[in-house]
Design a protein around this ligand. Sequence first.
Ligand code: AMP
Ligand code: AMP
Length: 359
Amino acid sequence: MSPRASPPPASRNPNDYVIATMGSHSALQILYGARQEGMRNLVICQRGKERPYRSYGVADDILLVDDWKRGWNAKLEQELIRRNAIIIPHGSFVAYLGHDRVQKMKTMYYGTKEILEWESNRTKERVWLEKSRLLLPKVFQKPADIDRRVIVKFHGAGGGFGYFVVKSPEQFEEVKRKKYPKETDFVIQEYIVGVPLYIHYFYSPITGELEIMSFDKRYESNADSIGRIRAEDQLAANIHTSYTIVGNMPVVVRESMLPEFFEMGERVVKVSQQLCGPKGKNGKRKGLFGPFCLEAIVTRKLQTYVFEISARIVAGTNPYIEGSPYTALRYCEPMSTGRRIARDIKQAIEEGRLAEVLG
Ligand code: AMP
Ligand code: AMP
């Protein structure tokens, strides 16, 4: 049997499909969300990592692979295709499989695959966010241009480990020489002083509506622990700031900021429809849809600087498995982002519009 990339099956019965994802990141939420919508689900786990999915009892089926490199192969894809699985991508997909393999995946895939390129290529990402008229931290093309506090990010710095903050070309060269002599792929961004805020959106091509689902802030090691010791001791102990993600905490924002956040999300979706994905009958491209997140720093003057976009579900939605204060207003039932995805898919299937939510 040869794998089928498209078109999707014609059935309008959600029971003929399975919501599938990889076991990590936000899988518990995605699987539970599918179940809440009455859809079947399955999780693909690396052998030895399946315990949470068994323990919490949220998975209808668990497929095990020995490792991601060899395990996500044609045989697995054939099995997923046979089951009419619809893959829900999250942060671990690209981290474990890489862009290329995600792009080439033949199993049905929720989202626009081309968006991955716009999200991961810093130049493209910046074009997209600039066109969306968002406030962005200034980027310095070369270290010699550094004239203020900057954050230096190495490409592929897993979860914020290996970023550093300096304020002059000399300081940059010193840290680089001592700690990262071989690295050549990095970005130098103005360091914005303010509080980090992650804005979780959902845009449905089926309803045509943009929703704000929730907000989070991150719990990062050791950025969130340095303040626990005196400045003098920090200096004496020569502690470097790192942003390794450990968990996420819920945030409810000042209400007067909401109108701006809605408009920001709306512009990002609109611009994506000019830039990315196949063109539809209405001349618009498929663009960004489903869950996405603007990663921002809000300053004391209430300016919202966006330093990154995630064009998929973020793990910061995990505190809201039973819904957020915002989804409580919008829905009369618990609505997580995972459940919202399942509902989008279910509605698309029932209306014969599944192709509109597949990439
Ligand atoms: P993991 O499967 O936990 O190794 O995570 C895969 C990728 O997703 C890494 O790049 C992480 O930085 C990111 N990630 C995982 N969990 C979270 C989280 N709770 N918040 C933000 N990012 C996360
Ligand atoms: P990231 O891995 O891109 O999600 O970033 C990790 C951490 O670095 C986040 O918690 C942000 O607070 C911080 N960060 C990233 N970019 C900036 C920036 N331009 N200014 C201030 N903090 C930043």
